[in-house]
Ligand binder design. Structure first.
Ligand code: ADP
Ligand code: MG
Length: 703
């Protein structure tokens, strides 16, 4: 571990969670009865008592003031994908002109931010402004920059969810209900709650702030819209797990400390595949805390980077031609008494409980692949999925050698053994023999079983992980509910389990694929198997309104039909606005930066041609360059006009967001690609002195 001063020890134990109103603080500051009641609410999802809230608010305020807080905010996650906060100070004037610090139970439980300026997908008209935030006591409050932040859910006056947290919490309840039914049928009478757990691995880029400031595209869109391929990219594979440069190490060290203070269990950090790319992984926790923590992680990365003269890029594809960034969403289910329901144990073929939960996931992923796909859809992720760096847009499940073998045995009449990994010998007595995992890894699968959890690898680096997780929780809840319906009615439960698992393998085995997901052959094979291939966000959004998906979300009380429709609308809007901003930024950069630079350089060349000719010299080289640049500039100029026209005609389609999205994809986005081609070619011909923005080589290799 590197720290700015290696001689100075850091007191990790007292730093960790120091800004969090966590269990230990609650135990210390709350009366015993109150503590017990709150704890029960948190652990068992019971309703919160108003009197308890009053006492908790008082304790929270005193604790926060002690940590230097003067304000509080309900911290929530609207559909923008980032967090929102509105700060109120604790002050309350007294009649005699003094001031006291106050914070009531009511203020803790409920807030009333104006809901009209957040995306609502038609749920709220501008004049219907009222929205409420409600305290989510299952995620702890914390102090950040002098403000007590209270994690909350955000809903409209009419009760519809306007945020990402509400459906996530609802989905956790749904999964709990259905998983408990299975456990009960299996004879478990003691487990009280099943919670989903998540550990998201976060990828990001760091670039120098001075260079960032010279790129309008990075400032406005988070990604480069122009930029020729540099002479060196990631082909030497020398960055992945490479040594940390000291400026990066200093950033990471401070980032860890800031996250630890907030109770985020940052655990692993390393360089990623692309130059300038890095990753951070925390230790997993419950889905909703993990979601809050991932938001805090992204925010803290951005903040800490600036202190080091760096900018943290969280966009899914900041640079063309090298890897983009994603988020591996590691997911499992665990019981309040400490069992991981996806833990295969030593003899998975004999582990009935494991086989049921495993088959429930397989069935869920096959039946709702389209919903999972759209949960990872974003304009930025469209550059990655299927681009040989992230898993393709086709959803399949990797199980590995051991589990695939067990399922094959079951299909052939019954499983009697589990293949083990055995030992690995390294061929020299000076190295220890290592025990091998029961299967190798597969980096290319979008949904891979990795030992005792599934890793959903499609999520984009900038996205909230909330939607991926509420979809996962809900689809698995549905499988479990169908299995429970069968088992609860069965005369012989053990026998019925065998029948159900076999049925699932037969019907949904098509979604299992252990091969290379990046291969062209897989696309054909997947099509033969009937697996959906939704290659872009606009096509993926359609899944939100599919009848089976509306019915699913409604059945489990996760999102009503109205809420689903509003979300589909919001997705189209996000796509349209993003592409419009990108296209418009390109037009502006093309007109005001690139064309003027090209014209100046052409003038310079013209002048040198005539002066060379003036002294009777041969200006063939200059002329050749001049002509090549002229040709490209002409094409560039024509493509610029086309893009401008496409932007205009697409903007005119407002009123039907889906039709407009198709036009943004097929006209504007395509036109952006054409324009970029010419510009990138020009960049390689125009003198560096004239080129108006830092190149890829500079951006990627100067930290
Ligand atoms: P890798 O994917 O490179 O093998 P790790 O094994 O370190 O990385 O795990 C990646 C992430 O998975 C970490 O954030 C870890 O905390 C998380 N994880 C481990 N077990 C679980 C679990 N049961 N539920 C959810 N996440 C988990
Ligand atoms: Mg991983």
């Amino acid at each position: 571990m590197s720290h700015s001063n290696p001689c100075e020890p850091i007191d990790l134990v007292s730093i960790y969670g120091s800004e969090v109103f966590n269990d230990q603080v609650m135990r210390q500051t709350l009366p015993k009865e109150i503590y017990k009641s709150l704890k029960q609410t948190i652990e068992e999802g019971l309703t919160l008592d108003a009197q308890v809230a009053e006492v908790v608010a008082g304790a929270m305020k005193d604790w926060a003031i002690n940590r230097g807080a003067t304000h509080f905010t309900h911290w929530f996650q609207p559909m923008t994908g980032i967090t929102a906060e509105k700060h109120d100070s604790f002050i309350s004037p007294t009649p005699d002109g003094r001031m006291i610090m106050e914070f009531s139970g009511k203020e803790l439980i409920k807030g009333e931010p104006d809901a009209s300026s957040f995306p609502s997908g038609g749920l709220r008209a501008t004049f219907e402004a009222r929205g409420y935030t409600a305290w989510d006591c299952t995620s702890p409050a914390f102090v950040k920059d002098g403000t007590l932040c209270i994690p909350t859910a955000f809903a409209s006056y009419t009760g519809e969810a306007l945020d990402k947290k509400t459906p996530l919490l609802r989905s956790m309840d749904a999964l709990n209900t259905q998983a408990l039914r299975i456990l009960r049928v299996l004879g478990n009478t003691t487990t009280r709650r099943v919670t989903t757990t998540v550990g998201p691995e976060q990828e990001y880029f760091l670039i120098d702030k001075k260079l960032f400031d010279q790129r309008q595209d990075l400032i406005l869109t988070g990604r480069t819209l122009f930029g020729a391929k540099p002479p060196k990219g990631q082909e030497l594979e020398d960055h992945y797990f490479g040594q940390l440069k000291s400026r990066i190490a200093a950033f990471m060290s401070e980032l860890d400390t800031e996250l630890w203070k907030l109770g985020v269990a940052a655990k692993t950090k390393h360089n990623e595949v692309a130059p300038g790319q890095h990753e951070l992984a925390p230790i997993f926790t419950t889905s909703n805390i993990a979601t809050d923590h991932n938001q805090l992680t992204m925010e803290t990365m951005r903040k800490v980077a600036l202190r080091h003269g760096l900018v943290c890029l969280l966009h899914e594809k900041p640079f063309a031609g090298i890897n983009g960034s994603g988020k591996h969403n590691n997911w499992s289910m665990s019981t309040n008494d400490g069992q991981n329901l996806l833990e295969p144990g030593k003899d998975p073929h004999d582990n009935v409980q494991f086989l049921i939960f495993l088959s429930a996931v397989i069935k869920a992923v096959d039946e709702y692949a389209d919903l999972l796909r759209v949960s990872a859809a974003s304009p930025g992720n469209d550059h990655r999925l299927g681009a040989n760096e992230a898993p393709p847009a086709i959803i399949s499940v990797f199980l590995g050698a051991q589990l695939t073998d067990i399922l094959a045995q079951i299909e052939a009449g019954g499983a009697t053994s589990s293949k083990s990994g055995g030992m690995m010998h390294l061929g020299t007595s000076s190295l220890p023999s290592l025990s091998k995992d029961s299967t190798d890894r597969n980096r290319t699968s979008p949904f891979a079983f990795t030992g005792n959890k599934f890793e959903f690898r499609m999520v984009g680096s900038m996205q909230s992980i909330a939607q991926a997780n509420f979809v996962l929780n809900t689809i698995v809840a549905e499988s479990l509910s169908q299995i429970a319906d069968r088992l609860e009615k069965a005369a012989n439960v053990q026998k019925e389990i065998g029948v159900v698992v076999l049925e699932i393998i037969k019907k949904h085995g098509r979604v299992i694929f252990n091969g290379n997901n990046y291969a062209e052959a897989w696309v054909t094979e997947a099509e033969k198997r009937g697996l959906p291939n939704l290659s872009n966000m606009v096509d993926a959004i359609g899944a939100i309104r599919a009848e089976k998906n509306l019915a699913l979300m409604e059945k489990h009380g996760v999102l009503s039909r109205v809420e689903m429709e509003s979300r589909s609308e919001i997705q189209y809007e996000i796509y349209n606005k993003t592409i419009n901003i990108e296209g418009s930024t390109m037009v502006e950069m093309a007109k005001r930066q690139i064309l003027p630079a090209v014209i100046s350089y052409k003038a310079h060349l013209a002048a040198s041609i005539s002066s060379v000719l003036g002294i009777g010299g041969n200006a063939d080289v200059e002329k050749d360059l001049f002509n090549r640049i002229s040709g490209l500039a002409q094409s560039f100029s024509a493509n610029l006009a086309k893009l401008e026209q496409a932007l205009q005609s697409t903007a005119d389609l407002h009123g039907n967001s889906k039709t407009q999205a198709v036009a943004y994809r097929d006209l504007v986005f395509k036109g952006m690609g054409e324009l970029r081609k010419d510009a990138d070619a020009l960049e390689t011909l125009v003198s560096a002195e004239y080129w108006p923005m830092p190149t890829y080589s500079k951006l990627l290799f100067s930290v």
